[in-house]
Write a protein that binds this ligand. Structure first.
Ligand code: UDX
Length: 437
């Protein structure tokens, strides 16, 4: 078993660290935030992720999983150091590598023996070459450092399962020794391993995320056309899904993709291509379709209403998808901004996303409008003039259609997740708009 240090305890770093400990490695997770470290030591996860806390508690107790702000102690004797810090989007679409750079400096200062540095964060192709050079430039001891790429494919909400049962492990190395060491780290997982050169590994990550994003934008584009020609996107997707070359997943049309990956990684690859003088037309279209899709329902509603001023608007779901409390690039944000600009009084419900939503939209009067957060769907719907559904949470899915009619002042529903049966909504005399049908 290896001595592993993990830099960063976000979705990527923490989940990786916990799962490495679970399969038997000796793991120290490093974070700059003292409070977060204390929290994790007590077995509390700083992120909402099914099954994570149980594994943290279990492995904290075995002593195989530790947390610290003392990066020197964590890095000095590590066999392998994984970097899982964020690479957020810069205003020009490029990835911000400043957190990676900080960790590299700390690694260079701290390592006391040969070690493999593995970049899990999503980074533009070629970054790992620079990471390796950068660490070597700043090394203070005579040790051998190599850098490998090992992109992460977990999705939020299913992060633990996605890690322990990943479809494949991608290993990008420039030497057989580095490949072998990473194979040993992953051996206990018993998963298929694809070993390639470093730049190819970096590219695989973007190629996968952008392909999935493209798939969604394609379905949204087809959905919009379905509305015009009288076809139903749900039936169309079902018909497509039987073709194994297409596959049955990621065919859900809706309000556009959000989250911490697809929006960022599509823009980053587009930017990278441009740096090389290449126009990545497919991804440009994917981004464009997604931007338009996010506010499509709002535009539809706007063309029906004279005004939103002082109208009670129910918002069901705030997070970018179900199963996470993350609001990054959530389509709800875009729509809430527009509704507030139009003077709406929003009553928003989300089972877990409210605390984070309050940071972006503090409760009360905001500009021309107001936003209030409620703890039940019923409170949001009561006497509302219009309802928007932005996230496919189970309790929203399970809401009986009749509730819109019973609770709302006007039973007018704009559903960005196609949660309801059109015929049923008609029977209940609800004016219902969804995507692509
Ligand atoms: C994604 C990738 O799935 C994961 O492999 C990668 O490591 C990180 O990015 P994540 O952002 O957590 O994971 O969520 P995902 O489930 O992929 O959904 C992303 C967005 O696409 C969400 O807004 C979701 O609602 C949307 N989506 C997904 C659709 O609109 N339709 C679909 O069919 C699937």
């Amino acid at each position: 078993m290896k001595k592993i240090a993990v830099a960063g305890t976000g979705y990527v770093g923490l989940v990786a660290g916990v799962c490495f400990a679970e399969v038997g490695h000796d793991v120290t997770c490093v974070d700059v935030d003292e409070k977060k470290v204390k929290l994790m030591e007590s077995g509390t996860s700083p992120i909402y992720e099914e099954g994570l806390e149980e594994l943290m508690k279990k492995n904290n107790a075995t002593g195989r999983l530790r947390y610290t702000t003392d990066y020197r102690a964590a890095y000095c004797q590590a066999d392998v150091i994984f970097i899982g810090v964020g690479t957020p989007e810069l205003p020009n679409g490029d990835a911000n590598l400043s957190y990676i750079a900080t960790v590299c400096r700390q690694i260079a200062e701290s390592v006391e023996k040969d070690c493999l540095v593995v970049v899990k964060s999503t980074v533009p192709i070629g970054t790992n070459d620079k990471v390796e050079q950068f660490i070597r430039d700043f090394l203070v001891r005579d040790v051998k450092i190599e850098v490998a790429s090992n992109p992460e494919f977990l999705a939020q909400g299913t992060a633990v399962r996605d890690t322990l049962h990943a479809a494949r492990i991608i290993i990008g190395t420039q030497s057989k020794e580095a490949e072998q060491l990473l194979r040993e780290v992953y051996e206990p997982f018993g998963l298929p391993i694809v070993a390639v050169k470093r730049r190819s590994a970096e590219m695989i990550k973007y190629a996968c995320n952008d392909f999935l994003a493209l798939k969604i934008s394609y379905m949204n584009d087809i959905a919009n056309l379905c509305e015009l020609v009288g076809a139903d996107i749900e039936d169309v997707a079902k018909g497509m899904s039987y073709d194994e070359r297409i596959g049955s997943r990621f065919l859900n049309a809706g309000i556009g993709f959000g989250g911490s990956c697809f929006p960022k990684d599509t823009k980053a690859l587009k930017y990278l291509a441009k740096q090389y003088g290449y126009e990545l037309r497919t991804i440009e279209a994917c981004v464009e379709v997604n931007t338009r899709q996010k506010t499509r329902l709002f535009e539809k509603a706007k063309s029906r209403m004279i005004t939103f001023q002082d109208l009670k608007v129910a918002v069901l779901g705030l997070t970018f998808k179900a199963g996470t409390d993350d609001l990054r690039e959530a389509p709800s944000s875009e729509n809430i901004k527009l509704l507030l600009e139009q003077g709406a009084h929003i009553y928003a419900y989300d089972p877990v996303g409210v605390p984070r939503a309050k940071l972006e939209f503090p409760e009360g009067k905001l500009g021309r409008g107001e936003i209030h957060y409620v703890t039940t769907i019923e409170e949001a719907l009561k006497e509302a003039a219009i309802c928007f559904i932005f996230t496919e949470w189970q309790d929203i899915k399970e809401l009986p259609a009749a509730e819109f009619k019973n609770k709302m002042r006007i039973p007018l529903v704009y559903d960005g997740r196609n949660l309801y049966d059109i015929e049923k909504m008609k029977e209940e005399e609800i004016e219902y708009y969804s995507i692509g049908r």
